[in-house]
Design a protein around this ligand. Structure first.
Ligand code: GRF
Length: 244
């Protein structure tokens, strides 16, 4: 379906534009009566998106992946999502003159899926403050470093260069300050003397596939609380994973 010249919905599967329409609030217990809509943004292979899709289905979260959206038509993760019957869309950033115009269209497309949560999973765009504020408190990102160390790019290379003995990944709420929002979960792995940026990235990615689904599930279950910039789990679940 063409929405306009700049956005393509290419996937199949049910689309519930309205949560109440999809699952009316009829007084059923929360897990039966209220499915949350998750919209996932990717730019490439989408392995974190895959982990979230599979865990959501496998653990039967009270949530559905309402859409997977990419700024690149070539993102291979789109095929995986479409294969699972998840609606997919492309909003090509190159079709817009300004960051603001791209973000406005992206927000419009995301909002069309009535998201309770927006999940950035390897979405390689710097977002405008207006976009971030629109989804503030309901947008998560995963960053491949132990924030606040190494925001930005080349995280594994920089960790090795700095002589770090621990590296890892961080799931955080997105704020206008790039890679700096309140931390939901972290996974740490040792940095080995033999590590290259690639070998370290591969071990960190294995942990990303564990902590990101876990963090998204906590959000869906409304198990997270934010106080004074700190995120804690209401029942005290550990927010730190140590890998190897
Ligand atoms: C991951 O390392 C993630 O931490 C970073 O980008 C990478 C995306 O990988 N933000 P994938 O597309 O999820 O496989």
């Amino acid at each position: 379906m063409m929405i306009d010249g700049k956005c393509r919905i290419v996937g199949a599967g049910p689309v519930f534009r309205d949560v109440k329409q999809a699952c009316p609030d009829d007084g059923m217990p929360y897990t039966l009566g209220r499915m949350k809509n998750i919209v996932i943004l990717i730019s490439g292979r989408g392995s974190n998106m895959e982990a979230i899709v599979d865990t959501c289905a496998g653990e039967q979260w009270p949530a559905r992946i309402a859409a997977v959206i990419s700024n690149k038509a070539s993102a291979s993760g789109l095929q995986f999502a479409a294969g699972r019957g998840i609606p997919t869309a492309v909003v090509d950033h190159k079709a817009f003159d300004t960051r603001e115009a791209f973000d406005a269209e992206l927000a419009r497309v995301i909002d069309g899926f009535s998201p309770d949560l927006v999940v950035l999973a390897g979405f390689m765009r710097i977002l405008t403050e207006g976009f971030v504020r629109h989804f503030e408190g309901r947008m998560l990102n995963i960053h491949p470093s132990l924030l606040p160390a190494f925001p930005g790019l080349r995280t594994h290379e920089r960790a090795i260069e700095a002589g770090c003995k621990l590296a890892g990944a961080t799931v955080h709420f997105v704020t206008p300050d790039l890679d700096h929002g309140p931390i939901v979960a972290q996974a740490a792995v040792p940095v080995l003397n033999s590590d290259t940026a690639d070998s370290l990235a591969a071990r960190v990615l294995t942990q990303e596939h564990l902590i990101y689904p876990r963090a998204v599930r906590w959000f869906v279950e409304e198990a997270l609380q934010l106080q004074g910039g700190r995120v804690t789990h209401k029942q005290g679940a550990t927010q730190l994973l140590i890998g190897d």
